[in-house]
Design a protein around this ligand. Structure first.
Ligand code: ACO
Length: 338
């Protein structure tokens, strides 16, 4: 992974968080009624107990818009004040327009520039870094960064290797320029990102786009669903998330000992446990909510950040470590001073 030699003064602060999870709960028991699996297997291999499933008439932009409204309310900003909307998603409403444009319309953010970012489960941290660049270079002052997914639309519900892992949901943050010398809470201190396209085939949705359009001949093989080499993905996830965490902390001038709470991508409790152990962090300094929601890809980190925030687990001045890994492969980590 190439390491940035230095980063400029970081002037972007998270000033509000919000999340929205669809109402419908699908438990492990529910899944065991239509594929050969069990609550015991899913719980011990992944830590997941249940996940949320969006309604048929709920699109990703609906989940994203509700999370955005809640983040704006928490931040005390109006839709007119939002100058940039970035939605990280692999389940856009449509190929185009971008999901961010649909969110703009739904929340009435008429002054915003809008686009999507595609980096699978690392998407939210990629989008946060893009927004931070806009803000730190003086191009915009206030942005909405959203991670939103309707992964139930990409799941092959006959494939027990993958269908037990994923869920739907959305999380959002409002970020705003903070002046140098102020002690604004939520300041993003550092971000590192990496990608390895050589490993793209290990985790993908191969069909339904230009590479492999859906045809009457191939539709039965479900190419437009998630295909994953679970074991290989697991190994790379642990290595890259650990490496990215250490680099983000080093750039911020901190060590793991300074971390009050790590909010990792919520894919598998065993991946999270392995990273926490190698960073020397005890369980009480590791946030997990994957038992309730499963892997919601780009949404896991902003949803978890919002839940940790609302639960009072983030105190002013706390060092919060965010770290993600996903298809691409992609990975990223950010350090935030709450
Ligand atoms: N229920 C029961 N048995 C199952 C299930 C299931 N749901 N799924 C698989 N099995 C079986 C397999 O068939 C296999 O059986 P076999 O030994 O007879 O062949 C056995 O269980 C073990 O399968 P593995 O795939 O080796 O199980 P593993 O312990 O690796 O766990 C898992 C699988 C949970 C998928 C794990 O590998 C994992 O979490 N990988 C990483 C996922 C991840 O991090 N994704 C990243 C981001 S996702 C994104 O970017 C969209």
């Amino acid at each position: 992974m190439s390491k940035p030699s230095s980063q400029p003064f970081c002037a972007s602060s998270i000033i509000g968080t919000g999340s929205y999870m669809p109402e419908k709960v699908m438990t492990n028991e529910d899944i065991s009624k239509f594929v050969d699996t069990s609550d015991e297997w899913i719980t011990t291999r992944t830590g997941i107990k249940e996940r949320r499933i969006a309604a048929a008439d709920e699109a990703t932009s609906d989940l994203a818009s509700e999370a955005a409204r809640r983040a704006m309310a928490a931040a005390g900003v109006t839709a007119e004040e939002i100058q940039l909307i970035i939605v990280a998603t692999v389940t856009p409403d449509m190929f185009f327009p971008s999901t961010a444009c649909f969110v703009q319309k739904k929340i009435g953010a008429s002054n915003a520039v809008c686009f999507d970012v595609s980096a699978a489960c690392s998407g939210f941290l990629y989008a946060l870094q893009v927004a931070r660049h806009f803000i730190n270079t003086g191009n915009r002052t206030t942005a909405l960064v959203i991670g939103a997914e309707k992964l139930s639309s990409l799941v092959n519900w006959k494939d027990r290797n993958t269908c037990v892992l994923f869920g739907d949901g959305a999380g959002a943050v409002v970020i705003r320029r903070a002046e140098e010398g102020t002690d604004a809470s939520g300041r993003v201190l550092s971000t590192v990102m990496g990608s390895d396209g050589n490993l793209a085939d290990l985790l993908k949705v191969p069909g339904g786009a230009s590479f492999c359009p859906i045809t009457p001949e191939n539709v039965a093989t479900r190419p437009n669903t998630i295909h994953m080499e679970g074991r290989e993905t697991f190994k790379h996830a642990v290595t890259r998330m650990l490496e990215a965490s250490q680099q983000a902390l080093e750039i911020a001038g901190l060590t793991a000992a300074d971390v009050a709470l790590v909010i990792p991508h919520q894919a598998n409790a065993r991946i999270i446990g392995a990273i926490a152990e190698r960073l020397g962090l005890p369980p009480e300094r590791v946030f997990m909510n994957l038992d309730k929601y499963g892997n919601t890809s780009a949404a896991t980190i902003p949803v978890a950040l919002d839940e940790a925030n609302k639960a009072g687990r983030l105190n002013k001045g706390d060092v919060v470590l965010l770290v993600a890994f996903g298809g691409g492969f992609t990975w990223a980590s950010s350090v935030v001073r709450w």
